[in-house]
Design a binder for this molecule. Structure first.
Ligand SMILES: N[C@@H](CCC(=O)N[C@@H](CS)C(=O)NCC(=O)O)C(=O)O
Length: 234
């Protein structure tokens, strides 16, 4: 583990948050020492509300006195203090990487809309939007197994939580979010098994996500509850 001189990092997190996964993956990938504190988002501690301007996780507390929020910014800061191994040093290439990180954030918002959609029509609308985004990715990613030809970067870290969702949705609901997009499927398999990405979630992640889905008053929530009943009956 790298102990950065005079830097104490504390990540305020939640076990299911996809944005937290980005910060953890960056810290783990770069082998940086940090402390993680998971909080209950349904009962946010008052100290957290004081620290987080948006009242959202993740936040990164640096040296007990500086607070960073927004996962993409936190990941970039982590990369910067570790010597910038995960973004290009060329301005144009780096700007492109940041643009794709934004694209990933938009997809994550769509996944939130997908599992919250109240009926099948709304659900299919969002599903199709996501499908169109996966198609765009298929056309833009490298065929070498990561987003960029050059290898693993913060862009991969930004997309990894999407693939984590896709894998659980597929396992429990047979929902093939990644469709027939071959390069995307290979990329996703590559990311999910990478150590830093794996350690961004706890071993009970799938179980927790399933329980979360079952509580949702939504189309996917209903499908999850049906699956749960079949499990109990079997
Ligand atoms: N744009 C933010 C999104 C963070 C976010 O939406 N976090 C959610 C959990 S996944 C949260 O803290 N929600 C609490 C709330 O909205 O009250 C980021 O990238 O960090």
């Amino acid at each position: 583990m790298i102990e950065l001189q005079n830097k104490q990092l504390t990540l305020i997190s939640h076990k299911l948050c996809p944005y937290v996964q980005r910060a953890v993956a960056a810290l783990e990938e770069l082998n940086i020492d940090y402390k993680r504190i998971d909080i209950d988002l349904n009962n946010k501690p008052s100290w957290f509300k004081k620290l987080s301007p948006t009242s959202k996780v993740p936040i990164l507390v640096v040296d007990d006195n500086s607070v960073l929020f927004e996962s993409a910014v936190i990941a970039e800061y982590i990369n910067d203090i570790a010597g910038n191994a995960l973004l290009s040093s060329k301005p144009l290439a780096k700007a492109k990487q940041r643009a794709w990180i934004e694209f990933a954030s938009n997809m994550l918002q769509n996944i939130g809309k997908l599992y919250s959609a109240g009926n099948k029509t709304l659900y299919l609308e969002v599903f199709n939007q996501l499908d169109a985004q996966f198609k765009i990715l298929e056309q833009n990613i490298s065929s070498q197994g990561y987003f960029d030809d050059s290898g693993f970067t913060l862009v991969d870290i930004a997309f990894a939580p999407i693939f984590r969702y896709a894998s659980v949705f597929n396992d429990i609901l047979s929902l093939e979010l990644l469709g027939e997009y071959k390069k995307v499927v290979i990329w996703s398999e590559n990311l999910i098994k990478r150590k830093s990405i794996e350690s961004a979630v706890t071993p009970e992640y799938s179980k927790l996500l399933f329980a979360f889905l079952c509580k949702k008053d939504s189309y996917l929530g209903e499908l999850s509850k049906q699956y749960q009943s079949r499990l109990i009956e079997a």
